[in-house]
Design a protein around this ligand. Structure first.
Ligand SMILES: [Zn+2]
Length: 157
């Protein structure tokens, strides 16, 4: 049982299952179904606006990355806007930075934090205490933004 991209419930059943069996299976899982539906409704991501979010992300993120990089002396290769659902940003060993368009729904400080986080990975490809020192030096209040991402991550995916 799962929801498709349009939010329609799909139930896979063996060919010999009767209508009654399928219905009783759905009834038994009513709690799960309602929970999933509530989750979708709480989401602030409007599927019909994905093109706009992507456009916005492309307008905002690369220029912001370049501002931070200049200010704090980071050098990177490229910035790409992705459709990643499980991560906000990533940094490759080739110094390519990726950010999900979903960040377009986050407050500016949160976008800035994700940018700073990935830039700091250019210097520290890990989450060591050295890495967090780098982040803290640029953004002393980064824990607030981390908290926002944790609390709202589900609603923008
Ligand atoms: Zn990281």
């Amino acid at each position: 049982m799962r929801f498709d991209r349009k939010g329609i419930l799909q139930v896979k059943a063996p060919v010999f299952a009767t209508k009654w069996q399928i219905q009783s299976f759905i009834d038994k899982n009513r709690g799960w179904i309602e929970k999933q539906q509530a989750k979708k409704q709480n989401s602030i991501l409007d599927p019909s606006k994905v093109v706009e979010y992507k456009k916005l992300a492309k307008q905002v993120i690369p220029s912001r990355v370049s501002q931070f990089a200049q200010k704090y002396g980071f050098s990177y290769n490229t910035v790409k806007i992705t459709s990643a659902t499980t991560r906000w940003g990533s940094c490759t060993s080739q110094k390519n930075l990726n950010f999900t368009y979903r960040l377009a729904l986050a407050p500016q400080e949160v976008i800035d934090y994700v940018i700073v986080h990935e830039l700091c990975h250019l210097r520290q490809m890990n989450h060591s205490s050295k890495f967090w020192d780098e982040v803290r030096a640029i953004m002393p209040e980064y824990k607030k933004q981390e908290k926002w991402l944790k609390e709202n991550g589900a609603s923008i995916s």
